[in-house]
Design a protein around this ligand. Structure first.
Ligand code: NAP
Length: 248
């Protein structure tokens, strides 16, 4: 079966590492991004240099019309999606709940909860035999924050990832009989640009002593788990979580 993967937020960080690994494994690749076109084009060139057929598509995952446009482009230019990585996510400056604005909280929830749910909906519409599909695999990129709660840092972000975990469990059961597996990874502190969003670009280095393995993780270490969960090697895994927190 052809392998066609959509990676949301595939232009940077964990998503970019996943795209590079997918290119080595024969996937046709859609790199979605929201704003950083240069980064997405750079990853696009790298995966094409590995011989992969690939496109980069701008879409805000939290707006359904744009998600529809994203999957329509994939249908037309790569074929019917078989693998979705719900990786796009955001966080905001470290703060207590009593300092958070409604605008901020809504942005976090829309990007990290509504976005993956909308993308999964349009993937299921293509993967499920109820709609003429032949099955597929979805991996949601959650966070150890879903377990730990991120007090006094960003409880809104942690709650969004908790919702994503519950969605993973529920959808996995809903579509298990349709040849679609749904799993999640929960990274800990990973060296990416993500931490600049929280106002502390060097956050991972500073927190190394709080990590049992005494180091942050690399994006490619998360990508390996994502690709394994997507693959037939994980054929009996659904509704499961792989924690990649260096022991946190
Ligand atoms: P990153 O380097 O900041 O990349 C985030 C990606 O998400 C970017 O490509 C960005 O697009 C995209 N994005 C953000 N909002 C979007 C939207 N509304 N629509 C489409 N794309 C959007 O972060 P990362 O560390 O790789 O994070 C990837 C995932 O891992 C996130 O879900 C994050 O919550 C999770 N995670 C990260 C860590 C960590 O320590 N880094 C830990 C736990 C979980 P542009 O490039 O266009 O801006």
């Amino acid at each position: 079966m052809d392998k066609i993967i959509v990676i949301t937020g595939g232009g940077r960080g964990i998503g970019a590492a996943t795209a590079l690994l997918a290119a080595d494994l024969g996937y046709r690749i859609c790199i979605n991004y929201q704003a950083d076109e240069n980064a997405a084009q750079d990853v696009l060139e790298q995966v094409r240099a590995k011989g992969a057929q690939a496109i980069a598509v701008r879409a805000d995952v939290s707006i359904e019309d744009e998600v529809v446009g994203l999957f329509n482009r994939v249908d037309a230019e790569l074929g019917r999606v078989t693998a979705l990585v719900n990786n796009a996510g955001t966080v905001a400056h470290k703060s207590r709940l009593d300092e958070m604005s409604e605008f901020r909280i809504l942005k976090i929830l829309k990007t990290n909860v509504l976005g993956p749910i909308l993308c999964a909906k349009h993937a299921v519409l293509r993967m499920s035999p109820r709609h003429g599909g032949q099955g597929g695999s979805i991996v949601n990129v959650s966070s150890v924050a879903a377990r730990l709660g991120a007090p006094a840092e960003y409880v809104d972000y942690a709650a969004s990832k908790g919702a994503l975990d519950t969605f993973t469990v529920g959808l996995s059961k809903e579509v298990a009989g349709e040849g679609i597996r749904v799993n999640a990874v929960r990274p800990g502190y990973i060296y990416t640009d993500f931490h600049a969003l929280s106002g502390d670009p060097d956050r991972v280095s500073k927190l190394e002593s709080a990590i049992p393995m005494a180091r942050g993780g690399r994006p490619d270490e998360v990508a390996e788990a994502i690709i394994w969960l997507l693959s037939d090697k994980a054929s009996y895994a659904t509704g499961t979580f792989v924690d990649l927190g260096g022991g946190r």
